[in-house]
Design a protein around this ligand. Sequence first.
Ligand code: HGY
Ligand code: MN
Ligand code: MN
Length: 436
Amino acid sequence: MTRRELLTSMSLLAGSRTARAGPRLEISAARLREQLESLSVYGRPAGGNFSNGVSRIGYSDADLAGRKYALGLVEAAHLKARIDAAGNIFVRKAGKDAALSPVLFGSHIDSVPNGGNFDGDLGSLAAIEILRVLGENGIVTRRPLEAVVWSCEEATFNGNTLNGSRAAAGKLRPGELDGISRGLTLFESMRRIGGDPARLDETQLRSGAFHAYLELHIEQGGTLDKEGTSIGIVEGIVALDHYDVVLTGMANHAGTTPMADRQDALVAAAQLTLVVRELVTEEPGRQVGTVGHLEVEPNASNVIAGRVRLSIDLRDLSTEKLQRLGEAIRARALAIAAQTKTQIVLTQTQHAETALASPEVQTVIQRAAEHLDLSYRRLPSGAVHDAQVMAAVGPMGMIFVPSEGGISHSPKELTGWEDCARGANVLLHSVLTISG
Ligand code: HGY
Ligand code: MN
Ligand code: MN
């Protein structure tokens, strides 16, 4: 451990020994609920209501409207927002000592198609609410505080996740900015939301850019809900490997082409999809593999599919295991291509590294949960988060609250309003401890 890391660890823990004195400062639960309900309007299906969830795809008009709403909350908190080169929204609240690095905390507000109203939204709005409550109570922390709303966390733009935070941390892959999705390059999309991607190097977050990064998020799994535990203290976030696969056969007439003469790209895709499941489930462990995106051309009922594009999403805490699974899938794809007389090209488009949460920040979160008399447990995160990108820049911690039924990335995603407030208050007290 370097001297800087040792000092950081000690300073992270400095405040955690003393339970916070005085009345228990809390966020406004009613205001947080009202804001989550208001944000959910942007991207809601026409004629729908809160229970119909949201499609607020990164860089879309709905995302622009949601960002505008969030910026309105910043103004209501009498604070100023700064948009960085990647379009991420930063909101700073000055501390007593401007020379100290800030405590950074936030999440994202873009969603998957037909997603839920809590994924990312809770952590983003809670972050702004915390700055507002501190201002209303005249509390000035030693360190500056910075709330952040990361842009385009979900994979829906170009198949890769964590776009805004990776761009901020200088982790985009070569050429990624030129990739086109929904008619725009990533570069143009970042500009569309107020970023200036030509300046990404200038605004890169480097080691020391923040004292610690915290993220409040719904668990998106069922552990806390099943146990009736209020707070999850994340120990680590899984690695993710993402592949883009193009299968090419030959489009032909569905009626006149004998079965033996077909080069059916959709049959090859179906076999590959089952192979992913077979390989991922044949060894013990918590690894997961998903084929979630499928494009069929020409996608006509009376034409044999000539081309299919699909995604493969592999996750596990072990990068080595993901590597092995990727290789096994590649080998089986070759066999499927031969057998179906198609061509299959797998391109790995993303690797997000496993990220361990700082033990010291975990302790701070635990102390905050204890201070608020809340039950808690430690657990890994099967979902990826901007926090894992930030873990490569500085000490990171994540706070989970229960997802009812463990459902997420669905309009059925639901977290109780009291759980939302509990998580925000644990984040508030964790930030107060770390910022001193
Ligand atoms: O895919 C994920 O795990 C995250 O929700 N983007
Ligand atoms: Mn998500
Ligand atoms: Mn999320």
